[in-house]
Ligand binder design. Sequence first.
Ligand code: ATP
Ligand code: FE
Length: 334
Amino acid sequence: PIILGIESSCDDTSAAIIQGRKILSNVVSTQKVHQNYGGVVPELASRAHLQNIVPVIDQAIQLANITKKDINAIAFTRGPGLLGSLLVGTSFAKSLAMALNVPLLEVNHMQGHIFAHFIEEDNLESPSFPFLCLTVSGGHTQIVKVNDYFSLEVLGETLDDAAGEAFDKIGKLMGLNYPAGAMIDQLAQLGDPEKYKFPIPKLEDLNFSFSGIKTSVMYFLQKNQNNPSFISENLNDLCASVQNTIIKALLVKVEKAVEITKIKNIAIAGGVSANSELRKKFKNLEITHNCKTYIPKLEYTSDNAAMIAVVGSLKYERHLFTNLNISASARYNL
Ligand code: ATP
Ligand code: FE
């Protein structure tokens, strides 16, 4: 079947066409309006989705070389995310499904991030079950045990900030634009990751906490504010040290989850899984912990509709359709 996927949970409007598990097109329009606010402004996000959704879907259809009549079903992100943003994609998906008279498939955004691993790619193998996935994004940090396509268990998650949120908020403290993750990654390449020490939270279980790291960076910067060029002079080292701390806090829990579950198939997903150092260190668990690691293609790390379409495809095969009275769900657990 050919399925149209629609993603609008946060600040990216995206549409993708999938055939089976092969992506025919994946168009992402990232909203720039939020850059100067240090975070996503919900009202501006839903307005931008309204403006973008038709052209983005049209482009996805065009690039896939199909017509609307070829679409067999429509998959959309039901949640979690910003309600106003989700409403745009949900309403559009429902109307289009009605107009084309095709079935509707609702998708959980966090399952989408994980299932980017099931997109058919020439040189990438999909994980075999069961596997553990560290999902690290702007709003979530989770370790999920994936038993089967539709049997997922959250083993641990963040008690406060998400990993991506930590990158973004600390970036803001250092004067970087939102979202700051990719910039910190880039600046860190020329920095010393051991130059500054920030504390790693000591939680016994598989849960995470990142607000302490953020606070300690904030105090550290305040302590040095008598030197107005402290940040600019040490930006590379600051970025490298912050990044190093966040990655350590993440990997310590992955190692623990591997020990507890004895599952050695491990994956990363979500926007922060684009981080070059995290990808390197995660891959290294193959050597240190005898794991098999799965690292997604860069274009499928941050929000995109391809990952929504692939979950849709798997649901279609199992006839897991949803009816037209479904509504968006801002807090939608896995
Ligand atoms: P959620 O999926 O939890 O609803 P989201 O969809 O907003 O949140 P994603 O789009 O998956 O999140 O990821 C965005 C996050 O990824 C941002 O916080 C961004 O800073 C971070 N990020 C992107 N690239 C990198 C990178 N190279 N290094 C670190 N963080 C990165
Ligand atoms: Fe996301």
